[in-house]
Design a protein around this ligand. Structure first.
Ligand SMILES: Nc1c(N[C@@H]2O[C@H](COP(=O)(O)O)[C@@H](O)[C@H]2O)[nH]c(=O)[nH]c1=O
Length: 463
């Protein structure tokens, strides 16, 4: 069994040990890559430039300059969050001093990021964009390149472009790849500076954090052999996730729901239990946000599920039903006829399903289940992070469900302390009916203070 990951709030820890090579990705995952992005190898991430606040770095080769541009590489890499699984999110920013002006700023001349599996690598795209201006310039990489296709494209692109110096945020997390690209670049006479080794200063702390966060799921997966799991729930101010009747539409408002679509779009799979299917008939798609659509996974021991359900419509997204071996084989056949994949487990439990997701190459999983399954997943130590959406409403009800069911903890001293808690507040439009709060999170082991109106609290725990 994998060791327990440490408490997590934002950044992932350095990998404790290497994972095996990336696994082949299931065919349905390949199909889910949006063609609008994947089919554009010469894509210039104009929007990336808008998203990154600093367009010009400080003095070339100064630590400030390097740190800013490295963060920018991480921001660019993040543009394909959810799309690259099981590969990392790679970003490359090429910048050069502006010798023809008095400015000490570096100028970005090329950027690129890995869109998805099978698309051109970040380094190639950035070098193509930079063209002749790459000669003598510095390339900033959030992560040391791997060489999944064994063709040395990433290193070759930088060498051929005439890059003089490369700044690397993190070495590759996989043992068999770690250091290889760095060595190959150095052997070509390129200066390679690795953060934490060749570059050490306070300025790099934040830049390094950005590099860790952008690939937190991959780093977790490589270190602990489980996908990175996030539990998300929306609750009322009195801590309920539905009325006593089970009705839950809606607790949170439009802004928060949009945030949930974003979270889904960054995940490889979304998991719910049978109760959620029976009560909510969810779709679990990332509609309203462009990009990746996660696989929907239903965990149901009994397979006592409705004959008709939105999740059985696999035109929206792929659906897997995980069940106990031998459960309702007739119903299994019906699901299979609809295109739903049924997977039998000898013992259906969160850890087994996470192992299965790991074997399928998933990096990150979003749990949108009710309290019973959430408690089971927490007890099984498979949850790394929690997004708690808090809505300024009271529903009451002795039997109204709460986000986390029985954990077997009887003393408050046994409570699981979240760490790195933060929060953010979002105010939805008037149509939402009330103010709505969004993500809050993280900071050193304490509890989060909620803003007026509502909040999203994010925190992590150890498994
Ligand atoms: N009620 C509730 C949530 N409920 C979650 O969203 C699922 C429905 O997703 P979909 O069918 O795709 O819209 C539902 O089954 C449950 O997991 N989520 C929220 O952010 N806020 C809410 O108020």
């Amino acid at each position: 069994m994998s060791p327990s990951p440490p408490l997590l709030g934002g950044a992932a820890p350095a990998p404790a040990r290497a994972a095996p090579s990336f696994l082949p990705i299931p065919i349905h995952t390949r199909r889910r890559v949006p063609t609008t992005r994947a089919a554009a190898p010469s894509f210039f991430p104009i929007h990336a430039r808008r998203r990154v606040s600093t367009t010009r770095a400080a003095a070339s080769h100064s630590h400030a300059n390097d740190a800013i541009l490295l963060r920018r590489a991480a921001d660019v890499a993040d543009l394909s969050a959810g799309l690259t699984s099981p590969h990392p999110n790679f970003g490359c920013v090429i910048a050069r001093p502006q010798l023809d002006t008095d400015s000490a700023d570096s100028r970005v001349v090329g950027e690129g990021f890995l869109y998805a599996q099978g698309t051109p690598c970040a380094e190639l795209l950035a070098a193509q964009e930079a063209g002749e201006q790459a000669r003598g310039a510095t390339a900033y990489l959030n992560l040391e390149p791997g060489d999944c296709y064994a063709d040395g494209t990433a290193v070759g692109s930088l060498v051929q472009a005439g890059i003089a110096r490369v700044v690397v945020g993190l070495r590759h997390p996989l043992k068999h790849l770690r250091g290889k690209a760095i060595q190959a670049l150095r052997s070509e006479g390129i200066q390679v500076d690795v953060v934490g080794e060749d570059l050490q200063s306070k300025l790099f702390k934040e830049a390094l954090k950005s590099c860790l966060i952008v690939n937190a799921p991959l780093l977790y997966r490589a270190a602990f052999h489980v996908p990175y799991s996030v539990l998300k729930y929306a609750m009322t101010a009195d801590g309920k996730i539905a009325a006593s009747s089970g009705h839950a539409s809606w607790i949170s408002g439009k802004a928060s729901r949009g945030r949930v679509f974003e979270l889904r779009g960054r995940s490889d799979a979304v998991i719910v239990g049978g109760n959620t299917v029976r009560f909510d008939d969810p779709r679990l798609t990332a509609r309203h946000v462009k990009g990746h659509v996660p696989v929907r996974i239903v965990m149901s021991q009994s397979l006592n599920l409705p004959e008709e359900a939105n999740l059985w419509n696999v035109n929206d997204a792929y659906t897997i039903v995980a069940t106990q071996r031998g459960a309702r084989r007739d119903f299994q056949k019906k699901l299979a006829m609809k295109g739903v994949e049924v997977v039998e487990f000898d013992m259906l439990n969160p850890r087994g399903v996470m192992s299965y997701c790991y074997d399928r190459g998933y990096l990150s999983v979003l749990w949108e289940c009710g309290g019973t399954l959430a408690a089971s997943a927490i007890s099984a130590s498979v949850i790394h992070k929690i997004y708690a959406f808090w809505a300024p409403k009271i529903i009451g009800g002795l039997n109204a469900p709460t986000p986390v069911g029985e954990l077997g903890l009887s003393q408050m001293t046994q409570a699981i302390n979240l760490m790195d808690v933060s929060y953010e507040q979002r105010v939805a439009g008037a149509e939402a009916g009330c103010e709505d709060i969004a993500p809050g999170v993280i900071a050193g082991g304490g509890s989060a203070e909620l803003g007026e109106g509502g909040a999203v609290i994010v925190g992590g725990r150890g498994l």
